[in-house]
Design a protein around this ligand. Sequence first.
Ligand code: SF4
Length: 462
Amino acid sequence: MKEGGLTGGRASASAKRVFIKTYGCQMNVYDSARMFEVLAPLGFLPVEKPDKADLDIFNTCHIREKADEKLFSELGTIRQSKMMNARRGGKMIIAVGGCMAQAEGAEILRRAPFVDLVFGPQNYHLLPELVAQVLRSRGDRVVATDFPAEPKFDHLPETSASQGVTAFLTVQEGCDKFCSFCVVPYTRGAEYSRPVAQVLAEAARAVCSGVREITLLGQNVNAYHGEGPDGRDWGLGDLVRRLAELRGLDRIRYTTSHPHDMDDGLITAHRDVPQLMPFVHLPVQSGATRILSAMNRPYTADAYRRIVDRLRSARSDLALSSDFIVGFPGESDEDFEATIDLVEEIGFAQAFSFKYSPRPGTPAASLCKQIPEYVKSDRLTVLQALLERQQRNFNNGCIGRTLPVLLEKPGRHDGQLVGRSPYLQSVHLVAAERRIGEVIPVQILAASANSLTGSLEESMAG
Ligand code: SF4
C-alpha cells in the first residue's frame, strides 16, 4: 500500500492499518476487539505499533488516577508521527474513545487539538462513518458522545473467530447505581442488558472457534435482566444455566458483580452448575456501613457478610476477590478498622485496593471531609499487607492439591504451558503444546504471590 495510508474520501477496501491501545477494564478489552471487527470490512488490518498505523485509537478509562496524564503523554508522542506522516503526504487519524472521551471530550480536544475524533463507549459501532467524516472534513474534529437511542449491540457485526481458548463476552453495560465516587453512570450510560438469544449466539460462535472459557462482562453483570426466548426477563443465573448447555464450553465466569444484585438465582447456579467457576469478584469497597452509605452503596457490611455466607453454603470451595477504597471522605480510624475486621473475617483470595481519588463531576469529589494523602497512604499500606498475606496463604493452601487447569498458551520456557486454575491463578507446568484448550488435573507443587507451579497427574501425561 501507499506510504502515508488514508488519502481522503470514503475509506476504500484496500489495506489500511489500525492500532488500538486499550486502557482499563476487561470491558474495554472486549470493546477494542469489537472495534477491530467493525473496521475490518473497511480494509483495516491491526498493527502493533502506533507509528505504523493510519488510524490510532486510544480506548480510554476514566476510573484510575492519573489516567488523563498517561493519555496526554501518549498523545504527545503520537503527534510527532502524525506530523512526519503529513510531511510525506499521508493522513494519520488519531481517535480517542472510551470513558475518558465520553467524560472529557471537550478537554481532550482543547489540550490535544491534533486529535481528529472523539467517541464514547456507546458509539464505536459508528466508527466506519466517523472515520469517513474525518476524511471528508477539512480539519474539523468529529465528536460522537451522544447516547444513541438504539443499543450498539444491534449494529455490531458478528464476532469473528476467537484467537484463544478464553473469551470475554459483554452481556450488560452501563449502571444506574450512581455510587458517589464513580463516573461510570455518566460515561457508559444507563443499565442495558443484551437479549439472551444474542448472547447465546455469540457464545456459540466463540465455542465453535475453540473457546473453552467465557467470562461474562458487565459493569453490574449480576444486574443482568435480558429478554429470554420465552419473553420474560432472565437473570444472570438463568443465563449461566443456559450457557452451560453449550457443548464444549467448560468454564463460565462473570465480572463485575454488585452485592445488591447477588440474587438466589445466581447463588443457586453456583450450587448447581459445575461449569460456573467457584471464584467471585464481589466488590465491597468498605467494611463500615456508615461509609458504604456515604458511597451510596445500598447494602450494609453485615449484609455483605450474609451474601458471602450464602455463596459459600451454595459452593463450599468458592473463593472471593474484592475491591476496596481507603480514605473515602469522612472515613474515620474506626471506619478503617471496620474494613480490616471484615477482611480478616472473610478472607480474600485476591483483591484490588486503592486510595480514594476524587473524580471530577462525582458527588464525593465535593464532600468537605477529604482525608489527607498521608493518612490514605498509611491505611492503604496496612490493608494491602493484610490482603497480600491472605493471597499468599490462599495460594500456599493450593500446594498438594490437584486442581483442574485450563491450558491456555505456551509459557516463557521451552515445553512449558500456562493455564488457569478455577480461582483464576496462573498455573505453570510442563505439557505438550497440542494440549492447549484441555482442562486437565494438575498437581500443585509450589506457589508464589501471584501464580502456581504444578505437574500433570501421571495418568494425564503425554
Ligand atoms: S455500581 Fe457503583 S462502582 Fe460499580 S459501575 Fe455502578 S456506580 Fe460505578
